[in-house]
Design a protein around this ligand. Structure first.
Ligand SMILES: [Fe+2]
Length: 328
């Protein structure tokens, strides 16, 4: 039984390839991009309608950053080319595990998601089947695959007096899961996060890989609380019966109330989860055109795309209110 668990964890989709590691020292030594406002969109997952909404809604900000996994459901050749042409030509982007695996000619990593034991083997297998299908499309565009391999694994910004790292996974690994709410809320992990902030010199991490929204404050020292904000998915619903994606906005200026879901103000910097109000009918049309009811993407994601996420926004906002000492 024990060996079965070990084998399962090392199966494709279950482990972080060693080349996914960058570590906090690389972040500390990286150069900064100065900005007043950035919008971080991790996990677009090939949603053309969401890309359109993001570009229209945030044309005035300094940088829209696609935080990895901007490909996934876009196996249609036209969609694949257009999404990647637009993102790589006009915006900043880091590579997620999806782009990294698509850039390789052969791999044992499957989807590269490094799913934890709590994810079922069936879900992992669906993900591996999706990346295999997407790989067939990507192989028709070697110049795009080449551009994926040249994307950075993280970017660092200076916004006001604050340092911000945009990562896909966590502070050390491209597909790390340590920016999930379960890991961050576990008090026995406190020293891990202390190390992340002190070793990287970063005040705010913006992430997405776990595909579940989270925001967590850390009192590393008494003067400057630090924060991790995970936007979950920009291109899929995140909260029950709410058919919008989520992005992260970090700015010296307050967030428009019409977009704001929740957030904090740290050292004069506004850190907010914002809605990506894409046309869900349009996305469903795109999805259904490519993925039949028997497909792995349909089996694994259709419920979520239709708004059945099983996660209430209150699980995030109540925890944040507790951290801020706010009561109703
Ligand atoms: Fe990912």
């Amino acid at each position: 039984m024990k060996s079965q668990v070990t084998e399962s964890r090392l199966a494709p989709g279950r482990f972080c390839p060693p080349e996914y590691f960058y570590g906090t020292k690389a972040i500390k030594g990286a150069s900064e991009i100065t900005a007043s406002t950035i919008v971080v969109c991790g996990g677009l997952y090939g949603n053309m309608a969401a890309l359109e909404t993001i570009e229209n809604q945030h044309s005035g900000v300094d940088h829209i950053i696609f935080g990895g996994d901007f490909n996934w459901f876009n196996i249609d050749h036209g969609d694949f080319k257009e999404i990647n042409d637009r993102i790589i030509r006009s915006h900043l982007a880091i590579r997620g595990n999806v782009e990294t695996e698509l850039s390789r000619r052969s791999t044992q990593s499957g989807c590269g998601c490094a799913y934890p034991p709590t994810t079922s083997d069936a879900e992992v297998e669906y993900s591996n089947q999706i990346i295999n299908a997407l790989h067939v499309t990507a192989d028709s565009f070697p110049e795009i695959q080449d551009s994926f391999s040249k994307l950075p694994m993280f970017l660092k910004f200076r916004i006001g007096d604050t340092q911000v790292a945009v990562v896909h996974g966590d502070a050390e690994n491209l597909a790390g899961w340590n920016f999930s709410s379960q890991e961050m809320r576990n008090p026995s992990n406190a020293s891990r996060y202390q190390g992340y902030f002190t070793d990287s010199g970063v005040d705010i991490f913006a992430s997405s890989h776990t595909c579940e929204p989270a925001i967590q404050l850390f009192n590393i020292d008494t003067e400057n609380p630090r924060v991790v904000i995970n936007n979950g998915s920009a291109g899929m619903p995140n909260f029950e019966n709410a058919l919008h994606g989520i992005a992260t906005r970090i700015s010296v200026n307050a967030c428009p109330e019409s977009l704001k879901l929740y957030g904090v103000k740290l050292g004069g910097i506004h850190v907010d989860a914002i809605k990506v109000n894409y046309d869900s009918t349009k996305f469903l049309r795109q999805f259904s055109r490519c993925w039949s009811a028997q497909s792995p993407a349909h089996k694994s994601y259709y419920g979520r795309i239709a708004g059945r996420t099983g996660t209430k926004i209150s699980t995030v906002t109540e925890s944040l209110a507790n951290a801020l000492g706010v009561s109703d």
